[in-house]
Design a binder for this molecule. Structure first.
Ligand SMILES: [Zn+2]
Length: 583
């Protein structure tokens, strides 16, 4: 089995002449699209609009493909100069095309409501109604074209400069732990060390390092929050979270119900923290013990074996699901080898429903890596199941994006648990899954609450570092209760979270995704094979409808608090299963 991917179905290399041909063709197509439609979108009839949307979609896809290839090449080898140059070249070309055709969505938004409603009701546009709705929903908050242009330009030196300052300063920090000088990632990874004192020294050094630049983080976050508030005022957006809800295609009430339900179950997390303290033989956990290993790391799992484990679990769930995943290995759509220069982390990327997705990870043989393999292949199968959708409808919003990946991990964990007789291995599997769920559901809820409170307070003026620290501390204290003691330096815990800077209010989508999967998994356990076709249908819908519509077809009402309860019931079962290994 090959552990590297074969990209030749895209292009033959960074010098492939077809890259230039594709970019040139996209440029010509964009010019002709502008020529035909600019200034005339509002006058199209339904048939004309349907044809224009298809042309727009094809054009976008052609323009994206060379850049997509460059991005894969670069991820596989970040030291490759030819790949880096290709990334630059394709990015510039794609940006030029995107700017040229941006008028299309602007003109669609500008159509008067009655004209738009009449068009959208036409059967010719039935398949496009959802996408048109996505474009139109920002209409009430849109400024004039000239104002939008000013906002975009001023963002480069305003918001963009603050984000860049955050990135550059946090990327440059080094932390002294004992005699070693470490980068940020390495320092944070000390939290997984078996030595308790080392974990605490490492995390404290990390937070103290951030505290030393406290003025910068405080000023950057205050600046970004004020920038967002001013822009919301200009656009008459009533609530700073609303733009995120629009992206995620969820109603504010749904998110409120979900977050409140999560808070009602903080006690489940505390129950786990107490158990973990017992497993580590500690009277009470500190927050530097949350990720401490509970046992010797198990033996490494070779990639061949991981492939078998994951595919077995997928085939047992559904033969078609298994076969769609197996192609990634047979067709070499996956790059799992560990190599110097390869990008960190893992991803599954897809350029269009008309071609296969690609998976990248660095497989080192830990059980975490096996879970990552299942996760990314879950994304891959999701993309492939949705290959019948139009490119504009292919990928779901964030709230649904992690459905197949997290479900795949859950399937793997269950398969491993069911075949594992050794108690300590079972315990390790259960702890890993529960810790993952706590980090995704409860911690992300805390992050979102902090962010919401900070934005609300910013309306009355800038927050001091102390106030931000106090807010952070009190939101975390709600989760930890008396089950976890926070180390004093954790007052600076808010300062290093990149989501607050890069993608405001992003974190609640993690809560949504994970709870949704747990609830779907519970349905699967109750209904068995009868559930599978409904689930596959949900995935095959891709991003063609909003989450509440797609889930409604499965009889799930996401506004109903009882729905979220089902997710917590799965977590409670996992906890009970873990407790049973302790007797
Ligand atoms: Zn994912």
């Amino acid at each position: 089995m090959s552990a590297t991917w074969d990209l030749s179905s895209l292009y033959h290399g960074p010098d492939d002449a077809r890259l230039d041909t594709a970019l040139a063709a996209a440029k010509v197509a964009a010019a002709s699209f502008v020529e035909t439609h600019r200034g005339r979108v509002g006058a199209l009839d339904a048939g004309g609009l349907a044809a224009a949307i298809t042309a727009y979609e094809d054009l976008e896809e052609t323009a994206r493909r060379p850049g997509f290839y460059a991005h894969l090449l670069f991820a596989a080898d970040t030291q490759n100069d030819a790949a880096r140059r290709l990334v630059d070249r394709t990015r510039e070309a794609a940006l030029g095309i995107a700017n040229a055709i941006a008028f299309f969505e602007i003109e669609l938004k500008a159509m008067p409501d009655d004209v738009f409603e009449r068009l959208a009701r036409d059967a010719v546009l039935a398949e496009r109604r959802h996408w048109l709705g996505l474009v139109r929903r920002r209409r009430p908050f849109t400024l004039s074209e000239a104002e939008e242009r000013i906002v975009n330009q001023k963002n480069v030196t305003g918001r963009g400069a603050l984000v860049q300052l955050f990135d550059e300063l946090s990327g440059s920090l080094r932390f002294r732990v004992d005699d070693r000088e470490l980068g940020g990632e390495e320092t944070l990874s000390l939290l997984y060390e078996p030595d308790r004192e080392l974990r605490e020294r490492g995390f404290t050094a990390f937070l103290d390092g951030y505290a030393a630049h406290g003025i910068v983080w405080t000023s950057v976050l205050n600046g970004l929050m004020q920038d967002h508030r001013l822009e919301c005022d200009l656009r008459r957006v009533p609530d700073p979270v609303l733009p995120t809800h629009l992206d995620n295609e969820v109603r504010p009430e749904t998110v409120d119900a979900m977050m409140t339900a999560t808070e009602c179950h903080y006690e489940l997390a505390q129950r786990y923290f107490r158990l973990k303290a017992r497993l580590l033989d500690l009277p009470v956990l500190k927050n530097t013990d949350l990720y401490a290993p509970i046992a010797e790391p198990p033996a490494k799992i070779p990639l061949d074996e991981a492939r078998t484990l994951v595919l077995d679990a997928f085939y047992a769930f559904d033969a078609g699901f298994g076969a769609l995943a197996q192609d990634f290995f047979d067709q070499r759509w996956i790059d799992a080898e560990v190599r110097p220069g390869k990008r960190l982390g893992a991803f599954c990327a897809s350029v269009s429903p008309r071609s296969n997705p690609w998976v990248l990870l660095s497989y080192t043989g830990t059980s975490r890596d096996v879970a990552t393999l299942a996760h990314e292949l879950g994304h891959g199968v999701h993309d492939r199941l949705a290959s019948g959708r139009r490119p504009l409808d292919h990928l779901p919003p964030l709230t649904l994006a992690e459905t197949a990946s997290v479900f795949a991990e859950m399937t793997l964990t269950r398969t491993l648990l069911d075949r594992e007789p050794r108690r300590d291995v079972r315990r390790g599997l259960l702890c890993a899954k529960i810790e993952d769920t706590i980090a995704t559901v409860f911690r992300q809820n805390v992050l979102t609450r902090f962010e919401m409170a900070a934005h609300a307070r910013r309306a009355a003026g800038p927050l001091t570092a102390d106030e931000l620290g106090e807010l952070w501390w009190s939101e975390n204290a709600k989760l930890y209760g008396d089950a976890v003691e926070m180390v004093p330096a954790y007052r600076w815990g808010w300062s290093y979270i990149p989501h607050f800077i890069h993608s405001r209010f992003y974190c609640y989508a993690y809560v949504f995704g994970e709870l949704l999967v747990l609830a779907l998994y519970q349905r699967y356990r109750e209904e068995g094979a009868a559930f599978v076709p409904h689930y596959l249908e949900l995935l095959a819908a891709g991003g063609s409808e909003a989450p509440d519509v797609l889930l409604g077809r499965l009889g799930i009402a996401i506004d109903d608090a009882a729905f979220w309860e089902r997710g917590f019931a799965v977590l409670e079962d996992l906890l009970a299963e873990l407790e049973a290994t302790l007797d």
